[in-house]
Design a protein around this ligand. Structure first.
Ligand SMILES: Cc1ncc(COP(=O)(O)O)c(C=O)c1O
Length: 321
């Protein structure tokens, strides 16, 4: 296997969440993957360590990937590409509207080539990226394509490695967790953690779609990973649904208020698209079905901070309601 790059600041801190633990009546810890980097912050860079190692090995000079207009994955890929001297090309779902902010602003600063598409066009994203790659090859470039969210078997290796990092930290501190909870958007993070041999239930919180869709996605990543020596256990992992709220990227005032309280209790920011929903799921289960989480829970913070920007109006409204 190609050795991974070291783009991410691994060995991210494992911290106890004192005030939420007291309020919720369970012992809650956080794995700070919001601290994997600055521009690279979040879960995506752990996948990119493995994915971009392939790109470098193949002699690529351009990286193509795709996501929503505020995609954390696209922004992290653009940052990592520039660190490696590669040109980022992004296929974005949505319409640019006014001044760019959040992740899109960073994509623009980095000079990523942006291709826009609507929801219908985005449904054909893999084909569209293959066409972009073909055109670039015809122009003498050497493109490397990364699928949505970096969520294939190679990308999932980043979270197999991250899971082992958690195990080593937990052993060193004499801790064991009943459950590990993360957000699920394209399935690679959950797939990696589910295959990491953790001594805890791994629960992914669907931020869109449903349990069946994401279970199938994780199983597909695992099937592809068999060639890399990965194995998905039948039990010990699952997808939680019912926490998608109003849908992908949409947050209710109640969810935002919970995320604001979390920041005030911990000094740690959540984002409204991914980590905020995963945290709301933990709060909800702690109140309604604590057995599902067990007595000690690890909340895997997967980043997403830049997704807060451009949403000031909603957040301020949620604070005052
Ligand atoms: C901040 C953040 N957290 C969690 C996720 C979900 O990870 P995955 O796509 O591996 O399911 C994403 C991306 O989708 C993300 O950007």
């Amino acid at each position: 296997m190609i050795p991974p790059l070291s783009l991410s600041r691994a060995d991210t801190p494992l911290q106890r969440l004192e005030r939420p633990s007291r309020r919720l009546g369970i012992d809650v810890w956080v794995k700070r993957d919001d601290l994997t980097g600055s521009g690279l912050s979040g879960n995506k860079v752990r996948k990119l360590d493995f994915l971009l190692a392939q790109a470098v090995e193949q002699g690529a000079d351009t990286v193509i990937t795709c996501g929503g207009i505020q995609s954390n994955h696209c922004r992290a890929t653009a940052v990592a590409a520039r660190q490696l001297g590669l040109h980022p090309v992004l296929l974005l779902r949505g319409q640019p509207d006014g001044d760019p902010d959040g992740n899109l602003l960073l994509d623009r600063i980095l000079g990523a080539t942006l291709h826009w598409t609507d929801a219908q066009g985005y449904a054909r994203r893999d084909q569209r990226m293959a066409e972009l790659a073909r055109d670039l090859r015809a122009a003498g470039r050497r493109p490397f394509v990364i699928p949505e969210g970096g969520s294939n078997a190679v990308g999932a290796l980043g979270y197999v490695r991250a899971g082992r990092e958690l195990t080593a930290q937990a052993i060193a501190r004499g801790l064991s967790f009943d459950s590990v909870v993360c957000a699920v958007g394209s399935g690679g993070t959950l797939a990696g953690l589910a295959m990491a041999g953790l001594d805890a239930r791994v629960l992914g919180v669907a931020v869109c779609d449903d349990r069946a869709t994401f279970r199938a996605r994780v199983q597909a990543i695992a099937a592809e990973g068999a060639a890399l020596g990965l194995r998905l256990p039948d039990a010990g992992w699952d997808v939680l649904e019912g926490h998608q709220g109003r849908g992908y990227g949409l947050a209710t005032p109640e969810e935002l208020a919970i995320q604001v309280r979390f920041a005030r209790e911990t000094g740690i920011f959540l984002d409204p698209v991914y980590t905020g929903k995963a945290w709301c799921a933990i709060e909800h289960l702690a109140a309604t079905d604590p057995g599902r989480l067990g007595g000690r829970v690890l909340f895997w913070h997967t980043g997403g901070l830049f997704g807060l920007f451009g949403r000031g109006g909603e957040l301020v409204a949620a604070m005052s309601s």
